[in-house]
Design a protein around this ligand. Structure first.
Ligand code: NAG
Ligand code: NAG
Ligand code: NAG
Ligand code: NAG
Ligand code: NAG
Ligand code: NAG
Length: 311
């Protein structure tokens, strides 16, 4: 009953929102409008992203998961295919630190929302072949298939997106967060993730002219590909860019260097829950799970997206 009346309120809100939007010029397409959700729902949605980042970063650097480090914080199926990555020591330290930080972020959200812990985790699938599928999206299938765990240059591509999606999601929801403590938490997490993204993009940038073994493509080449793949799956225009860009995409149209991807005024590109699901699922469809989330997300926002068939 509660669920049904809740849904009705949302449908009304959606109807209201579309009336308002019709009256304005420069309408975002329905695919790209902000997703209506409460503060609690947005944090719950973000928990999936934090848990993914923590599990990927920790299992690939120290071979331990969230529950090995903070017992009782989460419960549910172990990630499929987690394994140690072949990383240089410098990168390994940075990735481990950022993975540990994600545990703090999860705990802070659980405490803020008075969520019952352990928190239920979504099934994750972090096998190399899952990441390799991204390249099929633009028919750039690599031979042998891309293996994120094979070396530092390969792993950094998976790592940068774990931070980038969090940064983009928080940038999108910050204006609608209700409550001072909730806003402080969101800002504290968002700024951390922006830094984490910057550090990893900087590691990638230092390697821009080096190849991604065993291929002849450079790190710079592959960042252009992954940006193109994400933009295509997200279906809302350019929200990611390579490390070397044409002048019109560089800051102030005066540089081709592009360590931080950002818009025409160098502001962060935001991505909604729908855009992030489309990309993480590798289906370009927010209601067709796949990729590293083969059974979808946990939480009411995701389940409403399914119920409302918001592709
Ligand atoms: C990396 O760290 C390990 C363990 O701390 C150490 O045994 C190894 O010598 C280090 N490798 C390099 C290249 O510094
Ligand atoms: C990839 O190849 C398929 C089948 O040949 C084609 O339908 C699709 O348009 C291609 N996609 C791109 C992005 O080139
Ligand atoms: C990569 O090569 C280009 C062209 O030679 C050069 O301008 C750029 O500085 C190099 N980048 C790095 C990070 O070495
Ligand atoms: C790959 O990067 C090099 C410079 O690093 C550039 O000259 C070349 O055009 C790039 N190739 C593609 C296919 O983007
Ligand atoms: C940069 O170029 C874009 C179009 O490519 C334009 O919209 C923008 O105003 C330019 N920015 C500056 C600072 O000239
Ligand atoms: C998205 O996926 C759902 C569930 O598989 C499917 O019913 C729907 O038709 C898909 N939408 C598009 C646009 O492909």
């Amino acid at each position: 009953m509660a669920t049904r009346s809740c849904l009705c309120v949302f449908l009304l809100l959606l109807a209201f929102q579309s009336t308002v939007l019709k009256a304005t010029t420069n309408l975002p397409s329905p695919l790209c409008r902000p997703v209506l959700a409460s503060t609690k729902e947005n944090f719950q949605f973000a928990l999936n992203l934090h848990i993914y980042k923590a599990e990927l970063f920790l299992r690939s650097t120290v071979g331990r998961g969230i529950n090995d480090i903070s017992p009782g914080l989460v419960e549910g199926p172990a990630p499929i295919g987690a394994t140690l990555a072949n990383l240089d020591n410098h990168t390994k330290k940075i990735v481990e630190e950022s993975g540990l930080a994600s545990i703090g972020h999860i705990r802070a959200i659980v405490d803020m929302l008075f969520l019952k812990s352990p928190v239920r985790v979504a099934q994750l699938d972090v096998r190399p072949e899952v990441y390799a599928k991204y390249f099929d999206v633009i028919n750039a299938t690599l031979k042998p298939p891309f293996n994120i765990y094979a070396n530092t240059n390969s792993f950094l591509f998976a790592a940068v997106y774990a931070s980038y999606f969090l940064k983009q999601f928080y940038a999108g929801i910050l204006p609608s967060i209700v409550g001072n403590p909730e806003r402080e938490l969101a800002v504290g997490i968002a700024l951390y993730e922006a830094a984490s993204y910057g550090v990893i993009r900087s590691l990638l940038n230092d390697r821009a002219n080096l190849t991604v073994p065993p291929y002849t493509s450079t790190v710079g080449n592959v960042t252009s590909l992954t940006a193109q793949i994400g933009n295509q799956l997200g279906r809302c225009g350019v929200k990611d860019e390579g490390l070397v860009v044409p002048l019109p995409l560089g800051a102030e149209n005066r540089t081709t260097s592009n360590v931080i991807a950002a818009d025409v005024n160098s502001l962060t590109y935001t991505r909604s829950a729908l855009e992030i699901l489309r990309i993480l699922f590798i289906s370009g469809n927010a209601t067709r799970p796949g990729g590293v989330f083969p059974r979808g997300f946990e939480g009411t926002l995701y389940h409403r997206i399914l119920a409302l068939k918001q592709n």
